[in-house]
Design a protein around this ligand. Structure first.
Ligand code: ADP
Ligand code: MG
Length: 555
């Protein structure tokens, strides 16, 4: 089971305070010697055990509702690793800065948590009772800390009865369990012939911890072997199934396998990387090439951003900044970085999204792509952006050219070249000077005050929606950047693209609210586009998978 600290060599898992002190004693009791262990009282939390002046100190680290980690009264950090890194530079209230990790002796693995199996069993029992599902003991629990979803079961939806052959529309039911071990909501979905169950709830068992939230649990029970293309065989034999994001190899991180996680490092070995001559794209920095990266148990397709060989230090620094940002992100709707490789030139190795940029794809498939397909893709982009907003990152270059497709029904956000991580207490990033900026995608406060926030990313999301719903056309026609600014200042906005549904144009207009204080955030945007997507997907003529104008497009 993934644990945000599992990969850290100084993480011991669920051990008692006395055991932590034994380890620190054995390692020499130097000032600043430290280790990390699981907190037995607050689920998802940790304890930092350390030494100063030959004394032990134990600081509880809470996992907060927004997913960040903090020592009581201290700054919030996006993960336990980042937290330890911070306190190694600055004591900021601790007895002294962290100086030396007390690593696990070789052969010692982190101790599994006492609640882990109890929690899994409670969730299984809940699923069995609430949804009248049998066989839940065979379900496997994935990524309990991550947003996402999904329990997949063969063609029987308890609330709908037997799945009708050919029924491929998406249908959703909400339930709000008020009793039992969980609070929150769950929903059933049926997409393209497979069912999924999303659970989003909090543990309400006082004995464990009333405050610990499990944002979502991901269960999976496969319907059967996937075929070579990653398509799910249709459980009812309707013969029209299409790949769901979770059926692809890039839905979960390649490091979600604990075996692979052991080797996770920022810098990759050159001899594990094979670089193809095929160029996927190019930019000022150099080019993006296709390749294969060899992991412990598997080989994965990758895209490699290669810096020009005679690269200057500033360009290298920029690529390393991009890598540092991507290193902290892990979401199905964001292109993940595998690592960087320093060899013949500096290379950034990423998951492959072979469908290429959204604008180019839509422009070339104008006659084949339905509106509901575009809504589906833009909903995925909103989920990726909601994740970024929650993690306190600003993208600053969201545009259809930077949304890459894994396949016709699966989009990921890419290009973090301009992105910034905001401080835990900051709601925006202030650029000192203007740079080479994509002005047509920028909100007024970016251009006027150099202020960038998730709200300004929402403005760019609106422009990206406009590009998508107009099948990859360029926004603001032939206008130049400065003309666009005065156009916006006059209260004007782009027109509704020809075939775009009114609801989607209304959402774009909301994204283009002049004052950022009044503009919706990504939580609201994702909610609106999701509601609309479900409403149209429930109509058979629009159902995903049934309404393609023609069956062609991407593999
Ligand atoms: P730039 O900063 O120059 O815009 P990008 O990161 O957007 O660089 O990459 C440039 C191009 O390279 C993209 O438009 C796309 O065609 C290709 N590319 C980048 N990343 C990937 C990827 N992960 N998978 C497939 N193609 C990619
Ligand atoms: Mg780009």
């Amino acid at each position: 089971m993934p644990d945000a600290a599992a990969h850290l060599p100084f993480y011991y898992g669920s051990i008692a305070r006395s055991e932590a002190e034994e380890h620190l004693k054995l390692a020499g009791m130097a000032d600043g010697l430290f280790l990390l262990r699981q907190c037995l009282r607050s689920l998802g939390g940790y304890v930092l055990s350390m030494v100063c002046d030959l004394q032990f100190y134990h600081y509880p680290i809470e996992r907060q509702l927004n997913g960040t980690y903090a020592i009581l009264g201290g700054k919030a950090h996006c993960g336990p690793e980042e937290l330890c890194e911070f306190y190694s530079k600055d004591a900021d209230g601790l007895c002294c800065p962290l100086r030396k990790p007390c690593n696990r002796p070789s052969g010692v693995e982190p101790q599994p948590g006492v609640f882990d199996s109890m929690r899994d069993n409670m969730v299984r029992e809940y699923v069995r009772q609430t949804w009248k599902l049998e066989g839940t003991e065979n379900l496997t629990l994935h990524s309990p800390w991550e947003k996402g979803a999904v329990l997949r079961v063969p063609g029987l939806c308890p609330a709908l009865g037997e799945l009708q052959p050919g029924l491929e529309q998406q249908c959703w039911l909400q339930s709000q369990p008020t009793s039992g071990p969980f609070r929150g909501s769950s929903s059933w979905g049926c997409v393209g012939g497979a069912f999924s169950l999303s659970l989003s709830f909090a543990f309400a068992t006082e004995a464990i911890s009333p405050l610990s939230t499990f944002s979502s649990l991901l269960f999976q029970r496969n319907l059967g072997p996937l075929n070579a293309d990653g398509y799910t065989p249709d459980p009812v034999g309707a013969g029209k199934s299409r790949p769901l994001p979770m059926d692809t190899s890039v839905y979960e991180s390649p490091y979600s396998d604990p075996e692979e996680l052991k080797d996770k490092k920022l810098f990759l070995k050159r001899d594990h990387l094979m670089i193809d001559e095929v160029e996927l794209g190019a930019g000022n920095f150099g080019c993006v090439k296709k390749g294969v990266y060899k992991m412990r148990k598997k080989q994965i397709d990758v895209a490699i951003k290669v810096l020009k060989s005679n690269n200057e230090k500033t360009v290298k620094d920029e690529m390393m900044k991009e890598a540092q940002i991507m290193h902290q992100l892990d979401n199905p709707y964001i292109v993940r970085m595998i690592g960087v490789c320093e060899a013949e030139s500096l290379m950034l190795v990423m998951e492959m999204a072979s469908g290429g940029p959204l604008n180019r794809f839509l422009a070339s498939k104008k006659d084949e792509i339905t509106m509901s397909n575009i809504v589906e893709l833009m909903h995925q982009v909103s989920m990726g952006m909601k994740y970024l907003e929650e993690k306190n990152f600003v993208h600053r270059d969201l545009a259809a050219r930077n949304v890459l497709l894994v396949n016709q029904h699966y989009a990921k956000i890419s290009d973090f070249g301009l992105s910034k991580a905001l401080g835990a207490d900051d709601s925006y990033y202030k650029a000192r000077t203007a740079g080479k900026w994509p002005l047509k995608w920028y909100a007024p406060e970016c251009i006027l005050f150099h202020k960038f926030s998730s709200k300004s990313d929402v403005w760019s999301y609106g422009v990206t929606m406009w590009e998508a719903f107009s099948f990859g056309q360029k926004p603001y026609k032939k206008m130049k950047g400065p003309e666009v600014i005065s156009f916006i200042e006059q209260g004007k906005r782009m027109d509704c693209p020809q075939e775009c549904p009114a609801e989607m144009y209304t959402l774009m207009q909301q994204c283009w609210t002049y004052r950022w204080e009044e503009r919706p955030g990504f939580v609201a945007v994702e909610n609106m586009i999701r509601s609309y997507y479900y409403s149209i997907a429930a109509k058979p003529e629009n159902g995903p998978g049934t309404g393609d104008k023609a069956k062609a497009a991407l593999p």
